[in-house]
Design a protein around this ligand. Structure first.
Ligand SMILES: [Zn+2]
Length: 337
């Protein structure tokens, strides 16, 4: 396979490969203060944009415009927007961009469920609270956790795709052909873009260099986001990308190695959780406290709960853990062999 000639570190950061500009935009979150979008030139003055950054009241499309200008392009050049996953930091400006440019919007069809949460966060919070109550989260904490279901301040509107993706589609831009790879786990609708000819992977939040992507679980039994995520990592490892263009942070090489390291992190966590439920049956809320510590801030608490349930359900669905129910509360224990 022909491999990419990589330029200087500075050049590589902002133009990681010919015809690709990395656009870095600010985020209003502590600990995660930037997001990347990628502008793919079609060789004819137009661009496909992969992700578009977050919406913040009063700033409109400003940060995206500035980033495009710095790369020598303009908003009007955007002919297509591909969303790796519909989280606000990647999808936030989508409706504004479609309205201003009339561009196509490509997104995986499983994103419809995420869009429903944006449309009716109250209903989503009710469903989530009911599910988390079964996992042992006390009513007093549920009230606080409800707040994290309403992301409307960070999206310019809810816009549907003009092209719903299922995975494996081909997107041709200039000299390059990108294959859509469905990589559920971080979000059920997550897709990566893979350019086989030069080993380039636009990875969204499925492969990040210094962060382990969050794997959430909304508490309803049977969903297996961690199983999905590990399968997605396996697929990316097989592709063996030579250069990864992530949703946060700088481009990096050795994508297969990073995929293995992230999978190993989850295997270790599965091991620690089995240790906890080997001693006695616990609720997910209790396991989260033991594994992540008791003094989490509210949003970290929400993330820790989702992550813990994802691991417990992964173990239960593979008969490594058993679940019993008492007075509507789910208790997990290591399976007896
Ligand atoms: Zn992200």
């Amino acid at each position: 396979m022909e491999r990419l000639a990589i330029g200087s570190e500075t050049g590589r950061r902002l133009q990681p490969a010919p015809g690709i500009d990395r656009l870095v935009m600010p985020l209003p979150f502590q600990g995660l203060d930037r997001v990347n979008a990628y502008a793919l030139s079609d060789g004819d003055g137009g661009i496909s944009l992969v992700d578009c950054g977050i919406f913040q009241e009063g700033r409109g499309a400003g940060p995206l415009k500035e980033a495009l200008t710095a790369s020598g392009a303009a908003l009007k050049d955007v002919r297509r927007l591909v969303i790796t996953h519909p989280h606000p930091d990647h999808y936030g400006l989508a409706s504004l961009l479609v309205e201003k440019t009339g561009c196509e919007l490509w997104m995986h069809s499983d994103a419809r469920a995420d869009l429903d949460v944006y449309r009716d966060p109250g209903a989503a919070a009710d469903t989530l609270s009911a599910a988390l109550a079964h996992h042992g989260v006390p009513a007093s904490e549920l009230t606080e956790l409800r707040a994290y279901e309403d992301w409307r301040p960070f999206i310019s509107g809810v816009v549907e795709a003009s092209h719903w993706l299922e995975g494996e589609e081909l997107l041709t831009d200039g000299a390059r052909s990108w294959q859509v790879i469905h990589t559920p786990g971080h979000d059920r609708a997550h897709v990566c873009l893979w350019s086989q000819s030069d080993g380039l992977l636009i990875s969204g939040d499925t492969l990040l260099s210094s962060i382990t992507p969050h794997v959430d679980h909304r508490g309803e039994l049977g969903a297996d986001p961690l199983g999905d995520f590990l399968a997605s990592l396996g697929r990316l490892e097989e592709l063996d990308p030579s250069l990864v263009l992530p949703g946060h942070g700088r481009p990096f090489d050795a994508g297969a190695e990073r995929a293995r390291a992230i999978a190993a992190h989850h295997q270790r966590r599965l091991g620690s959780i089995l240790q906890v439920i080997r001693r006695r049956a616990c609720t997910a809320a209790e396991v989260a406290q033991e594994v992540f510590g008791p003094e989490l801030l509210h949003y970290q608490h929400r993330l820790a709960l989702g992550e813990t349930i994802a691991h417990l359900e992964y173990l239960r669905l593979r008969s490594e853990a058993e679940m019993s129910e008492k007075d509507g509360i789910y208790m997990y224990a290591k399976a007896k062999r």
